[in-house]
Each structure stands twice: as structure tokens, then as C-alpha cells.
Design a protein around this ligand. Sequence first.
Ligand SMILES: [Zn+2]
Length: 72
Amino acid sequence: MRHNRSQRGSTRSHHALKGIALTKCPDCNNPVMRHQACSNCGKYRGKVIINLEKKTKAVKATKTPKKSEKKA
Ligand SMILES: [Zn+2]
């Protein structure tokens, strides 16, 4: 049976999306998404998953030769 506008609206009043559930990283207190490694320290459940120091060095190394290639 067809719902009227009021019934449709009252049903959809519960369909709004809720905000992302964030927790704090136990190591650095940075807000982190559940079940994902911390973007600040690269740790998940106390273990280092992403080595952020290596990544930043690699980015710097790749950036510098590109500039020299453009000039030459
Ligand atoms: Zn962290």
C-alpha cells in the first residue's frame, strides 16, 4: 500500500549518515580511524606498520631529480 508524504518522511528521518567514529592513537593521541594505522606515527596496535621517516626521505629524493631534469 502506498505511503503518504508524512509516513515516507518519518521513515527517512532515520536515514541520515552519522559522523566517522574516531579513536585516539595510544602512542601519540592523534585522532585515528578505526582499524587503520595512525597517519602521524604509522603504528597499528603498538607495531610500526608504515615507516614514515623512509617515506618522507623517498619523496624528497624523487622530487629533486625531477627539477634538475626539467632545467636540463
Ligand atoms: Zn600515532
